[in-house]
Design a protein around this ligand. Sequence first.
Ligand code: PLP
Length: 427
Amino acid sequence: MSDLHARHKAVLPDWLAVYYKDPLEITHGEGRHVWDADGRKYLDFFGGILTTMTAHALPEVTKAVTEQAGRILHSSTLYLNRPMVELAERISQLSGIPDARVFFTTSGTEANDTALLLATTYRRSNQILAMRNSYHGRSFSAVGITGNRGWSPTSLSPLQTLYVHGGVRTRGPFAGLSDADFIAACVEDLRDLLGHIRPPAALIAEPIQGVGGFTSPPDGLYAAFRDVLKEHGILWIADEVQTGWGRTGEHFWGWQAHGQSGPPDILTFAKGIGNGASIGGVVARAEIMNCLDANSISTFGGTQITMAAGLANLSYLLEHDLQGNARRVGGLLIERLRAVAAQLPVVREVRGRGLMIGVELVRPGTDEADPDAAAAVLEAAREGGLLIGKGGGHNTSVLRIAPPLSLTVAEAEEGAAILERALRSVY
Ligand code: PLP
């Protein structure tokens, strides 16, 4: 055990730094690479945790943050704040939500908590619909509605939550159905549920489940849900914490794959927008955002130093069409990984969109999740100089690949080759 690991264990919770048997100390990064304290270089296929959206140490972001730090770090939401207004203008326009207002928080959790506060207040109901296998953050209300027991350490939710089918399509009662039949079955299930209960405040859903293992429902599922929700006056909250900012390649937001019934009522974001600076937020129609009649400020939400990072990062992303890059390079990477998977029975499925790619592992010859294989592949990939993530419910057996969106074709090839060796070394 390294000296830092021993000191970490002495003062920090046991549930931190649990990815590797011998946790890594990352000291710096550049582009798509990071270095550890021993000077070893790694290709970063997890981008922090989808937080490094453009690139590590992006000069444009560093310059903006340094210049802002020389003026003021923070002045609080009691005063006007130019970078906050400018970033809100851009996000409001990008959100697709009419007459949108943006409220900045410091994390995805706080964003979802705020969305739940808005929805329950606006609709005067403390019932929430959430998806099975979902994850929405770690505050008491966010873990309380999370439909994934590996990530939800309490069942004592302050909200009453009902879980809907649809986030995962490879397992569960509707597995194996065609897209259209899957959507029809999930909609029927939702209709049936709503026929028995008083209308909940909102449905919260990740367009592609992140922590749940990058599982993607058929396009249009949430549009079909939306039609049913509208009949009951129920709001739709799209949790775009992982799927926003062009990560899925085809769309800027994940909800756009389900956009036939228009944008969500409430959208939450975080992770990549600050490229590592702590920015989260909520976008909602003015009428919903302004339903709160008491102060609900976030002391550090929208602080100048993070807004400067967000503005520079978003400009870079749009000017360099990183969404298009995610589509092209992600498409090649998925193809390459599928070719590898075809030869390895441990891989059940390679799935994904853009640079949000899941590789689900099973015990060969069965349909059983194999968390041991996933943990071993993570270690072997690290040995080979590649960092990846994992997820997929309490049996975390899905390798998660979500590099910075500036990934090059050569880096995609290099990472795929390391991952192939890691998979073959385990099986
Ligand atoms: N929502 C989703 C979909 C997430 O994946 C996460 C974090 O992984 C969160 C919310 C919580 O965000 P944060 O960790 O920034 O609080």
